[in-house]
Design a protein. Structure first.
Ligand SMILES: Nc1ncnc2c1ncn2[C@@H]1O[C@H](COP(=O)(O)OP(=O)(O)OP(=O)(O)O)[C@@H](O)[C@H]1O
Ligand SMILES: [Mg+2]
Length: 525
């Protein structure tokens, strides 16, 4: 049996508590047509606006249930081919909130309690069928409010998840402080940055904004205004430079300040790039100055040289003044050599570039380099298997190698090994951007000179390429070696990269554009 019983006209006037009023679909599992009719009449008399589908077979029941639009299930407790509790189980599987009401004459008190324990919404004894209308209304109301609660909970959970996603996607560190400036919450970025300091909850906020009582968080709390400072902190990735901002944390409803929010922005990279820019601007201006002076000075030296040559010719060799003139010539020669180095630094040298192979160039210098550094030092070569070809001035590039090898020697007072290597490498755009100018993308020949000497302390590193900067004692170094290297390499369209570790040694690597590579644009060309 599976027939649809329209409700009586009077039922149309029935009002359910929820607006807008909706006609209920009731699935009634019942094998007795008389009982089915009784239930229909009872609901009609109670003004329940509904459409009732009466089924008696399990298959029909399950098919109707599967349609998913049943508002209430009313079921007999014991049917010939179906047990009421099985029907309840199916209903719960189909929709955990669909109201299920047992209507039975045979259900005893104990079974009724058991039925509710199994998930039935209610039970109505046949002798109290008058209660059915109320039972249906209550059940529908309860199901409706459960549905609304569930929807609200889902919406709330979605909102919470969304905010949590935002909170954890922010790459800045976020620290929430209470009115005692104690940490109440942090975002996952903080855990990545400071795993050693975890857990942070309850710790003082001053951990992330140094400055004691005058810290920016205290200022924000006291004065209710944002504050900012910069500080250096040890992170999982080493020392990091941070810009820390503090903002008042306000209660939305009252506007009252209940704490402080700290934002930690890692500016290590930007800071390094900025320093690099300052450094290259400084070198640029020193270069201009040095180049200008050297150029004029060179002209004066040419005049001194010319006139001393004339004097040398005019004064006979047996005249004691002849030796004086020779001294003038010697001093002038030294001054010319010095100005040449300055001109190299300021990239004012006239280059005579040819296609040359760095492997061959370094190989040819081998004997000379070994004589220069002495027997306490071993030179180790590691050449790229392919010719490392560049377009360069042989004499100038040799000067670069020579200066680097001499520095490596000086860094190892007890002797040691100096490793010279050549490599070809492709610098990709992301790496060039990450390293900042003068790095640029392209194919380069790299020549590196590695020592296991003293290494370079940070204060020396900052001034390494400045002309006349030396840490060597008076008379031992002019401080022009690396500035010459810097100028020559730049004039060839390349740059110098330094890696150093105090007490372990240094590696100087020069990058020269591989043959056929575009020269760089701009003033460095
Ligand atoms: N391989 C190195 N290891 C450690 N320190 C180095 C190395 N190369 C250079 N330096 C440091 O850099 C400074 C400057 O080097 P640079 O070659 O410009 O001048 P110098 O070697 O002192 O004098 P010179 O004009 O004779 O070369 C050195 O005085 C030294 O302190
Ligand atoms: Mg030197």
């Amino acid at each position: 049996m599976n027939e649809s019983i329209p409700s009586s006209e009077t039922a149309a006037a029935g009002r359910l508590p929820e607006e807008p009023p909706r006609r209920l679909k009731i699935l009634h599992l019942e094998d007795s047509p008389v009982d089915a009719l009784l239930v229909q009449e009872m609901l009609a008399s109670e003004n329940v606006d509904c459409e009732i589908i009466v089924v008696s077979e399990p298959a029909d029941f399950e098919r109707e249930l599967a349609k998913g639009d049943v508002d209430v299930v009313i079921s007999d407790y014991s049917l010939p081919r179906y047990c009421g509790t099985d029907a309840l189980k199916r209903t719960r599987e189909a929709g955990p909130e669909t109201p299920f009401i047992f209507v039975s004459g045979s259900i005893g008190e104990e079974r009724a309690v058991e039925a509710v324990r199994l998930g039935a919404t209610d039970y109505v004894m046949k002798e109290h069928l008058r209660r059915l209308g109320l039972a249906v209304r209550r059940a529908v109301e309860a199901a409706e409010s459960a549905r609304r609660r569930r929807e609200a909970e889902t919406r709330l959970a979605e909102e919470r998840n969304f905010l949590a996603d935002v909170f954890s996607s922010v790459q800045d560190g976020i620290v929430v402080l209470d009115a005692d400036l104690k940490i109440v919450q942090t975002n996952p970025t903080m855990e990545k940055l400071f795993p050693d300091r975890m857990p942070l909850a309850g710790k003082p906020g001053s951990l992330f904004c140094p400055g004691g009582d005058g810290s920016i968080a205290a200022t924000t709390l006291r004065e209710g205004r944002p504050a900012q400072s910069v500080c250096t902190m040890e992170t999982a990735e080493g020392k990091g430079e941070f810009s820390v901002y503090s903002y008042p944390l306000l209660e939305r409803s009252t506007g009252r300040q209940k704490g402080v929010i700290l934002y930690l922005r890692n500016i290590t990279h930007e800071h390094a790039l900025q320093q690099q820019l300052f450094q290259s601007q400084k070198m640029e201006s020193i270069g201009k100055l040095a180049g200008g002076v050297a150029h004029d000075f060179n002209n004066i030296l040419q005049a001194i040289m010319g006139f001393s040559e004339i004097l040398e010719g005019e004064i006979p060799e047996d005249d004691p003044r002849h030796a004086d003139v020779l001294e003038i010539r010697k001093a002038t020669d030294r001054a010319v050599a010095l100005t040449r180095q300055l001109l190299a630094f300021s990239r004012k040298q006239v280059l005579n570039p040819v296609d040359l192979d760095m492997n061959g160039l370094v190989g040819n210098m081998g004997g000379m380099l070994q004589r220069l550094i002495g027997a306490n030092f071993q030179l180790r070569y590691d050449f790229d298997s392919a010719p490392a070809r560049v377009h360069g001035d042989t004499g100038q590039v040799e000067q670069v190698v020579l200066n680097l090898v001499v520095n490596a020697r000086d860094a190892m007072p007890k002797g040691g090994e100096i490793a010279i290597a050549t490599r070809q490498r492709e610098v990709e755009e992301p790496e060039a951007a990450e390293r900042g100018a003068p790095w640029r993308a392209g194919r380069f020949v790299c020549l590196s000179v590695k020592d296991t000497g003293t290494g370079i302390p940070p204060d020396v590193l900052a001034r390494l390429f400045e002309p006349f900067f030396t840490t060597k004692e008076k008379g031992k170094g002019t401080g022009l070696g690396l500035s010459t290297v810097y100028g020559i390499v730049q004039q060839h369209g390349g740059w110098v990269d330094v890696k150093t570790q105090e007490g372990k040694g240094s590696t100087f690597t020069i990058y020269l554009p591989a043959l056929g590579q575009e020269p760089p644009k701009g003033p460095a060309a």
